[in-house]
Design a protein around this ligand. Structure first.
Ligand SMILES: [Zn+2]
Length: 390
């Protein structure tokens, strides 16, 4: 179980299979986020149809409502949600720190006020593992402290040291052997702190490792060198998960640096706001032009929205505020990211990832509003990442 088998390599990028109790997934992969036990607007049947592989569940939300015991009474997230494949749950730490009205963070854990009813709730490494064991995901995450951005170096250092002590407590609390617990490397955007976190975390030899603490407000110029640096220091033969990252350009750049797993609410959130992801950038379905266009969002896409509907129809639904609009745009956006990683895997297998990623980027960034912000066809951070550089 949890065997990670690399199939092909191209530069730092790789394709692999990762075996879990609920199925074997192919990496690199994008994981849709099912915050409340549901990927917003998308049914379990549709997730299977668009070839989702692993779904993310949020410990923070599910422990407050309906509670881990109710999910466990269904045999875990697959029984509760009807999605039969693998799940990953986060530890709750990040969301307590970003959503909860935090009361106190101490060596023991975090006490916070529930955003639902104001009650005081405690989350510790032991409690996080207990809840995640109840939720029953195939991959569970260590309870960590994710410092905000920006944060002072001494604070980042003490929090990453605490994260290592919390990892030890998580591993001690874990009793199920059909769940893989991933450790999380912190350290902000500072190479020396990333190295310190790597040195302390890698020896635990967990079945996979996450790169945490990024996409919290820093620029891409700051984020991607940290991804490159951290990915390079992780074991070659274990999956690497870049947490909370998932714009199309981030996936293409992250894969070039050797990242295997991504998750983000972006495709469903931007779909609810009326945007469709394409190789030409983000298409604004709220604007006038799509209302006149008799073509699909993306003629190459095999999702239900693209194979059955014109842009004009979908833009009409957006304008009329029909509930089908956010559903179909979310469905397309998820399938777009799944197809993007499928194309990335094919390019890696063919040994032409760098050329494919550069070509994809030249088309994608050409139409971006920020195209003037850099010299040349690609932003510097993207070009460097595609070459496998910091
Ligand atoms: Zn589509």
């Amino acid at each position: 179980m949890f065997e990670f088998e690399i199939q092909s390599r191209d530069g730092l990028a790789r394709t692999a299979t990762f075996a879990t109790p609920h199925g074997t997934v192919q990496t690199p992969m994008f994981m849709p986020v099912g915050t409340q036990g549901s990927v917003k607007g998308i049914s379990a049947q549709e997730l299977t149809e668009i070839k989702s592989q692993m779904i993310l569940g949020n410990t923070y939300h599910l422990m407050l409502r309906p509670g881990a015991e109710m999910v466990a009474a269904h045999g875990g997230l697959p029984g509760f949600t009807g999605y039969p494949g693998p799940f990953l749950t986060d530890s709750g730490g990040f969301q307590v720190m970003s959503l909860g009205h935090m009361r106190k963070i101490s060596e023991h854990g975090v006490v916070f006020k529930s955003h639902l009813d104001g009650s005081l709730v405690e989350l510790t490494p032991e409690r996080s593992v207990e809840v995640q064991q109840g939720l029953g995901a195939d991959v569970i995450m260590a309870f960590d402290e994710c410092p905000p951005f920006p944060a002072e170096v001494p604070y980042i250092r003490s929090s990453l040291e605490r994260t290592v002590r919390w990892l030890e407590r998580c591993l001690k609390a874990k009793t199920r052997d059909d769940q893989a617990l991933f450790a999380i490397v912190q350290g902000g955007i500072h190479p020396d702190l990333r190295q310190q976190s790597l040195d302390a975390t890698v020896p635990f030899q967990t079945p996979g490792f996450a790169i945490g603490g990024l996409a919290v407000g820093e620029s891409k110029d700051e984020m991607f060198p940290a991804v490159a640096y951290t990915a390079r220091g992780l074991p070659e033969n274990k999956p690497r998960y870049l947490m909370g990252v998932g714009h199309p350009e981030d996936l293409v750049a992250g894969i070039a640096l050797g990242v295997d797993m991504f998750d983000c609410v972006y495709p469903t959130r931007t779909g609810r706001f009326g945007y469709a992801l394409t190789d030409d950038g983000r298409l604004n379905m709220n604007s006038a032009a799509p209302r006149q266009q008799l073509t699909p969002i993306d003629p190459d896409c095999d999702c239900y929205a693209c194979t059955h509907h014109t842009r004009a129809y979908l833009a009409h639904l957006v304008k009329a505020e029909e509930m089908l609009a956010p559903r179909l745009l979310s469905l397309h956006n998820l399938r777009y990211l799944h197809r993007l990683v499928e194309r990335a895997r094919a390019a890696i297998q063919a040994g032409e990832y760098q050329a494919w990623a550069s070509q994809w980027g030249e088309r994608y960034f050409r139409t971006q509003a920020t195209a003037q912000a850099w010299a040349g066809p690609l932003p510097g951070w993207f070009a460097r990442a595609v070459r496998g550089e910091d």
